[in-house]
Design a protein around this ligand. Structure first.
Ligand code: NAD
Ligand code: UFG
Length: 340
């Protein structure tokens, strides 16, 4: 029987869409998720899109007994580790929660992998590990620094992975540094469903467009950028999913590997660019007001994508209009489902 790819956090935004890509590529997928930030209904959507239903275990990556049982019952070829908490502001308020979930949880998972002799690991890292960019575009050898517990938890796991790689033969590890994942599955059936008020720009914009929120606050228009608003490298989540497949294939083809790779498009867009693109997709006006800068935000951030292209043979293909079209389709679907 084909061995499984274990996808932790696989009912979440990026994990569920990577599961779609894995299933479509012929992999068997086992999802482990504690549903702290997702719904099991996403399994139905995955099945509807792919015609296949991934195996699913509801549980926590910090539960050592559960992990030992899982690795003894399933033949696991590789682990894609998405499970974690991701809200920067919340991490400042509750740092221990973030270190426990993101760092301790990752250590528990790696220990279970070690015991089961599974040594291929794809980790959801973040461009946040670069801190305030000293130069652009950001290459993988840009100095690393973080300004909040969330970012620090990602950097700590990257460092733990380096130590582990040096300590023992046979580990094949890819730390994928995501830039700003947005968009949704083109069917509109799976997308980002933040609980409460969205922290991130694009879910907020989508909720204004659909009429769930009155207006967007644009955090600062006095940055040193072409229009004064923050510039980011937005990447379509399906491109990101394909990047995971490329990293998995690369790791499986090599005996031993430790990679840190940017997953971005290489192009930066401002907040106002994204608002305009979303207005075109939705054919709605997005009301906004200029608000003070958000503490901790940087002016600009975009990726150098040449290493991903050379090493993994992967590049992102979708532009911002496709990202907004797909996000809008998802937002309309989500609103229709909510309203019965
Ligand atoms: P998400 O919240 O939609 O998905 C994370 C999933 O992990 C959720 O389904 C949640 O229920 C689950 N989970 C959390 N803690 C768990 C635990 N202890 N045990 C089991 N399951 C647990 O987030 P996402 O946007 O899909 O992000 C996935 C990963 O990518 C995260 O590690 C995040 O830090 C990282 N990342 C995300 C972004 C982004 O902007 N979305 C950017 C860079 C990196
Ligand atoms: N923004 C607004 N209004 C909002 C929300 C955001 O103007 O309501 C602006 C921000 O100031 C920034 C841009 O939109 O200029 C993007 O902000 P996001 O919150 O969407 O994304 P960030 O770049 O701040 O952070 C995201 C993730 C982090 C991750 C980082 C790098 O939230 O977890 O990308 O990958 F670390």
């Amino acid at each position: 029987m084909t061995p499984y790819i274990l996808v932790t956090g696989g009912t979440g935004f990026i994990g569920s869409l990577t599961t779609v890509s894995l299933l479509e590529a012929g992999h068997n997928v086992l999802i482990l998720d504690n549903l702290s930030n997702s719904s099991p209904s996403v399994l139905d959507a995955i099945e509807k899109i792919t015609g296949k239903r991934p195996d699913f275990i509801q549980g926590d990556i910090r539960d050592a007994a559960l992990l030992a049982d899982l690795f003894s019952r399933y033949s696991i070829q590789a682990v894609m580790h998405f499970a974690g908490l991701k809200a920067v502001g919340e991490s400042v308020q509750f740092p221990l929660r973030y270190y426990d979930n993101n760092v301790h949880g990752s250590v528990q998972l790696l220990q279970a992998m070690q015991a089961a002799n599974v040594r291929t690991f794809i980790f959801s890292s973040s461009a946040t590990v670069y801190g305030d960019p000293k130069f652009l575009p950001l290459t993988e050898d840009h100095p690393l620094s973080t300004t909040n517990p969330y970012g620090h938890s990602k950097l700590m796991v990257e460092e733990i992975l380096q130590n582990l790689y040096k300590s023992e033969d046979g580990w094949r590890i890819a730390c994928l540094r995501y830039f700003n994942p947005v968009g949704a599955h083109p069917s509109g059936l799976i997308g980002e469903a933040p609980q409460g008020i969205p922290n991130n720009l694009m879910p907020y914009v989508a909720q204004v467009a659909v009429g769930e929120r009155a207006q967007l606050s644009v955090f600062g228009d006095d940055y040193d950028t072409p229009d004064g608003t923050g510039v980011r490298d937005y990447i379509h989540v399906m491109d990101l999913a394909e990047g995971h497949l490329a990293a998995l294939n690369y790791c499986l083809e090599n005996d031993s590997e430790l990679l840190a790779v940017n997953l971005g498009t290489g192009t930066g867009y401002s907040v106002l660019d994204m608002i305009s693109a979303f207005e075109r997709s939705s054919q709605r006006r997005i009301a906004y007001q200029i608000a003070p800068r958000r503490p901790g935000d940087i002016a600009s951030c975009w990726a150098d994508t040449s290493f991903a292209r050379k090493k993994l043979g992967w590049t992102a293909s979708s532009g911002i209009q496709k990202m907004c079209d797909d996000a809008w389709r998802w937002q309309c679907h989500a609103a229709a489902t909510k309203n019965g």
